[in-house]
Design a protein around this ligand. Structure first.
Ligand SMILES: [Fe+2]
Ligand SMILES: [Fe+2]
Length: 160
């Protein structure tokens, strides 16, 4: 069976078992996001970062909602939700932390775009809708983080 990390260009047809693996990879990314937002929102200090730190506390709660939705889809497919997050990076510099979040959101968006296509290819249209809802939320996160860094969100439309 292929490793869950080999997914960047894996679009279209997958088996239900493979979809469970991929959703568990998504769940590990959601756990990672919860931890990162809980911790970063508290350790980011300084007047210029006050408003983004406040936003990060909101992100933390939304990531928990995402994790619950993804775990439910895994259970629905007959799989077992895993318990291990992807690793969370730490740094002293607030800007570095915001950039870790931005990079993670970008990877998450890339993965969920694939997941919508894979769910639809399997005829799992409701699941595709749940993931679309999460995807909208992740794109908002990405925009907020890029804005906090004074950047445009990464252009991802040319990737696929
Ligand atoms: Fe999320
Ligand atoms: Fe997010």
């Amino acid at each position: 069976m292929a490793a869950p990390t080999r997914t960047r260009n894996e679009t279209g047809e997958v088996t239900r078992d493979r979809l469970v693996e991929l959703l568990n990879d998504d769940l590990a990314r959601e756990y990672q996001a919860i931890i990162a937002y809980v911790v970063y929102s508290q350790v980011i200090k300084g007047a210029e970062y006050m408003s983004i730190a406040k936003e990060l506390t909101k992100h933390a709660k939304q990531e928990l909602d995402h994790a619950l939705v993804i775990a439910k889809q895994i259970d629905y497919l007959g799989g077992k939700p895993l318990v291990t997050p992807k690793p969370v990076k730490m740094a002293a510099d607030p800007e570095a932390l915001i950039r870790f979040d931005l990079e993670n959101e970008t990877e998450t968006i890339r993965q969920y775009r694939n997941r919508v296509r894979q769910c639809e290819a399997l005829g799992e249209f409701a699941m595709a809708e749940y993931i679309r809802e999460i995807l909208k939320n992740e794109q908002d996160h990405q925009i907020e983080l890029a804005t906090a860094l004074g950047e445009d969100p990464p252009n991802m439309s040319e990737e696929e």
